[in-house]
Design a protein around this ligand. Structure first.
Ligand SMILES: [Zn+2]
Length: 179
């Protein structure tokens, strides 16, 4: 079980350092522990036992380590989960079209509710080192998966979702897709 740092902690507000490739044992152990934490948070029995909030993603700064490692683990019903364990992710292209979650975003590091649309790119291309396959990959993501990836990559730059809540954006992106 990993300690989750909160938005009052400075580590959530600084730029994270890229990790060396191939990963050191220490970095790989951290990434796999983060993956395990997110999987357990989604298990009803374990999350109750340990008092975990369920999450679909986690970034290393959220566990107190200022390094560029993120985890995405989105259950897809009876299909294979949407899972990525990544180092040094970079958004290499993005759509003009924006999207946002109707109910707003939430974060394991933020206890309060921050309602309001968080505008994200609807489609993105991400280049990253995939820790599970030990190779450099390109990810094409859109919609919810793209939102989660952008939320986690923001953590590597010291940005929290509520920094992006701006009622004025509604006028800037009138054709944003609501999910
Ligand atoms: Zn978060």
């Amino acid at each position: 079980m990993l300690k989750i740092f909160k938005d009052s902690d400075k580590v959530l507000r600084v730029k994270a350092t890229p990790v060396a490739i191939p990963l050191s044992i220490e970095d790989e152990t951290l990434a796999l522990a983060m993956f395990q934490h997110i999987k357990e948070s989604q298990d009803p029995e374990l999350s109750k036992k340990y008092g975990l909030r369920a999450g679909v993603g986690l970034a290393a700064p959220q566990v107190g380590v200022s390094k560029q490692i993120i985890i995405i683990h989105i259950p897809q019903g009876d299909k294979t989960n949407y899972t990525y364990v990544l180092a040094n992710p970079v958004i290499t292209s993005s759509s003009v079209r924006r999207t946002y979650l109707r109910g707003g975003e939430a974060c394991l590091s933020v206890d309060e509710n921050h309602p309001g649309p968080v505008y994200r790119y609807h489609k993105i291309k991400v280049s990253a080192y995939d820790i599970l396959s030990k190779s450099q990959i390109e990810i094409n993501a859109f919609g919810y998966e793209a939102i989660v990836l952008q939320h986690e990559i923001d953590h590597l730059n010291g940005i929290l979702f509520y920094d992006r809540i701006d009622p004025e954006n509604r006028r800037k992106y009138p054709d944003a897709i609501v999910i």
